[in-house]
Design a protein. Structure first.
Length: 391
């Protein structure tokens, strides 16, 4: 009886092990039963069939590149190297100063600087910043293909910090000109220049703002603000759009006392550049309207005291004797609130609007002398060139 139980126990264990082995064998090799494999149903787990897909953006488009825009514009961006001789007084030895037995001595040294420029026509016209070439005794220009030549100054406009150079070289690359009045905040822009002597450097950013003024960089300011990196040597270089068209001339970067990067750069809009260039090439200088006085923005305290309210206005802080405004009766301390029937919002606004007028035009100037309102008709004359702001 005992041996029968042992046999039956062994038998059932063997059957269970055999069935398990058969199940595993059929699961791994279903072809042993004569079955053919079926296709994966649509809702089967994706990992059961590996799939290879190309690298795309979230919208299914290829990743963008600005290589074509750079290739179109960069050849027309040049490096500018300037040099000037500086004479300075040397330090006298303390012992000589003590006895007063010395003669002043001087030494001369060559001061060098670098910047960038943009070729805008086949005649060799180059646009750059006025502060890049100010006071230079020699100006050398290096093209992207390695050619180097001396450049001559055609004209300067310190009021906008622009200068025009001429280069006598054949077969020049030319920058395609765009428009700055259609720029919108958020548009992609690229800065091309010669920062720290690293020629043909390209940085990318967006338009952060347009129409920036009152920065103290020039008399007439209407800057494009961008976060594209602009460094020493970028001044005078190109700010282009995503198509490779010129939209501005890089001019300055905001750098506070901390010295850290701010990501805020400024460029002169190409529409302004175009107008200044045309006048310098045709007349030798830029012709602007002028009335003869210097306006200044009102402080909040002055506005409250004068009761300007929403009308705004500026105050006259200086006026030239025998100027059109002086002859018409304008005096220091007067409040100017309107020009040709339109309100004056700031000193920059008034100066820019008068400068845009042609000499000989007559304007209506409105304001107050103390509490007495005035409405004057004044004839515009040409702004004297010696008033150009120097930087």
């Amino acid at each position: 009886m005992q041996s029968a139980r042992v046999f039956m126990s062994f038998f059932f264990r063997a059957v269970v092990v055999g069935l398990a082995a058969a199940f595993l064998l059929v699961w791994w090799k279903p072809a042993l039963l004569g079955a053919t494999p079926t296709s994966r149903p649509a809702d089967a787990p994706a990992q059961s069939i590996p799939v290879t897909t190309p690298t795309l953006t979230s919208h299914g488009a290829a990743l963008p590149s600005f290589a074509d825009a750079v290739a179109r514009a960069a050849p027309a961006v040049v490096n500018i190297y300037t040099a000037r001789v500086v004479t300075e007084r040397t330090q006298t030895a303390p012992i000589d100063q003590l006895f007063g037995d010395y003669w002043p001595s001087y030494r001369r040294r060559v001061e060098r600087s670098l910047g960038s420029g943009v070729i805008i026509d086949q005649a060799g016209t180059i646009v750059t910043n006025q502060h890049v070439i100010a006071g230079a005794d020699s100006i050398r220009v290096q093209l992207s293909d390695g050619r180097i030549a001396e450049a001559a100054i055609t004209g300067q406009d310190p009021d906008t910090d622009l200068a025009i150079l001429h280069l006598s070289i054949d077969k020049l690359p030319v920058m395609p000109m765009g428009r700055s009045d259609t720029l919108r905040v958020g548009d992609i822009v690229l800065a091309i220049g010669n920062p720290y002597g690293l020629s043909q450097t390209v940085t990318q950013g967006i338009v952060s703002a347009t129409g920036r003024g009152q920065l103290g960089l020039a008399t007439f300011e209407n800057f494009i603000q961008t976060d594209a990196a602009i460094n020493l040597g970028n001044s005078g270089g190109a700010l282009i759009d995503a198509n490779g068209d010129l939209v501005g001339i890089n001019t300055a970067v905001l750098n506070r006392a901390s010295g850290g990067p701010e990501g805020i750069g400024f460029a002169i809009p190409v529409n302004l550049v175009r107008g200044v260039t045309e006048q310098i090439l045709s007349k030798g200088h830029v012709v602007r309207g002028w009335l003869g006085f210097m306006p200044q923005d009102l402080s909040p305290e002055q506005s409250a005291q004068l009761g300007t309210g929403a009308d705004g206005g500026v105050t006259v802080v200086n006026i030239l004797v025998k100027s059109p405004a002086f002859e018409a009766g304008v005096r220091p301390g007067d409040l100017v609130t309107g020009l040709n029937g339109e309100p004056v919002r700031s000193a920059q606004d008034l100066v820019s609007r008068v400068a845009a007028l042609a000499p000989g035009d007559t304007v209506d100037l409105g304001g107050r002398h103390a509490r007495q309102p005035f409405a004057l008709k004044i004839q515009v004359i040409e702004r004297p060139t010696h008033l150009a702001q120097q930087h």
